[in-house]
Ligand binder design. Structure first.
Ligand code: PEP
Ligand code: MN
Length: 350
């Protein structure tokens, strides 16, 4: 049965919403009230099962949206923004008809490596720089990243080359430090269901790249995005990065079908990570082309000047000639689907 979901602005007094609930019940609606993050959501249906009129709810100043949908994730539902939302990160626009290319090393191994790679990917046409400083490694004996020690190098790369930076956060305790060094916070696959982390990022004023969990369904992934939006942070970009299946020829199974699925269900921009999604450098080119052709708003790839010497994920990292070749290949695909590459020259000067 179709329900109506009335979504409050953030931080409205509960007493106001209680009055709304009382009035709605008196008017014959059956109502459930949920508090999520800094918002209230009122799920309502009329007692005889018909869809309730929306005016009653829309008239309230503290209601921001009314969604007519039996949705598990009303804030991210496509019906809220049928044209799709645009998430702006330091002059780069996700959504709205662009293809954004994010490139960089798996990890900032040294400040010099970060600066060298940033210069190279910018020169080749990337719009954003990716780099890990807190690395969630499967083995505790593997390189864990430079941590807060890399923040200065990130700031230096940002000011020298102007590319906005996305980097992963694995613990709330790193948030204040990361906010001084990055433009966008990545929630990695292993933390997609870390609800305290999501709730903290929901109340922070910085865009979030939310990767799909290793074994997450679309509904679980969209529900994770609700945690961010319930806190008031609507600047969320989703990233498909492969899921665990029985297939072992690739590191993960890249689910490209999810791109059009998400486009039908959510207004949030969607990008694809073919580096982690396949774990094979020889598959990064074809799967990047396929991602753009499938309607993704961008791709994020790992690039290392000397992949054979990388401290993490060298086997799936493009070298610089490989990345330049990728840019050349993606250009006509992006044009063909009407979403031209967002290039460095589109960025605001720093
Ligand atoms: C990464 O992007 O560096 C990363 C660890 O990705 P994922 O969380 O998708 O494994
Ligand atoms: Mn990696």
């Amino acid at each position: 049965m179709t329900e109506l979901v009335a979504i409050s602005h953030v931080d409205v007094p509960q007493s106001e919403v209680n009055t709304l609930v009382d009035e709605a019940v008196a008017a014959g609606y059956s109502v459930a009230l949920h508090r999520a993050g800094r918002r209230f959501l009122v799920f309502a249906r009329s007692a005889h099962g018909a869809v309730p009129g929306t005016e009653f709810f829309r008239a309230k100043s503290y209601i921001s949206d009314v969604v007519l949908e039996n949705s598990l994730h009303p804030l991210g539902d496509r019906v809220r923004h049928p044209q799709g939302s645009v998430v702006e990160v330091g002059g780069v626009r996700f959504g709205g008809g662009n293809t954004v290319i994010i490139a960089g090393p798996c990890s900032a191994e040294t400040p010099e490596l970060l600066l060298e790679t940033a210069a190279q990917v910018r020169e080749a046409g990337a719009s954003m720089l990716r780099v890990g400083v807190f690395k969630p490694r499967t083995s505790p004996y593997a390189f864990q990243g430079l941590g807060a020690g890399a923040f200065e190098a990130l700031r230096e790369a940002r000011s020298r080359y102007g590319l906005p930076i996305v980097s992963e956060i694995i613990s709330v305790s790193e948030l204040d430090g990361l906010l001084t060094a990055v433009d966008m916070l990545q929630v990695g696959a292993r933390n997609m269901q870390n609800y305290p982390l999501l709730s903290a990022l929901g109340t922070c004023d910085r865009p979030v790249l939310l990767k799909r969990g290793l074994a997450a369904t679309v509904d679980e992934w969209l529900s994770a995005a609700e945690y961010l939006m319930a806190g008031g942070n609507e600047r969320v970009v989703l990233c498909e990065r492969g899921i665990r299946t029985y297939e072992r020829t690739t590191r993960f199974t890249l689910d490209l079908g999810v791109v059009p699925v998400l486009k039908g269900r959510t207004h949030l921009p969607v990008i694809v990570d073919p580096s982690h999604g396949t774990g094979r450098v020889d598959l990064v080119h074809p799967m990047s082309r396929a991602a753009v052709a499938a309607g993704a708003d961008g791709v994020i790839v790992e690039v290392h000047p000397r992949p054979a010497q990388a401290l993490s994920d060298g086997f799936q990292s493009l070298d610089l000639p490989g990345f330049k070749q990728l840019m050349t290949e993606l250009e006509p695909v992006a044009q063909a689907v009407g979403r031209p590459l967002h290039t460095y020259s589109d960025l605001q000067p720093v």
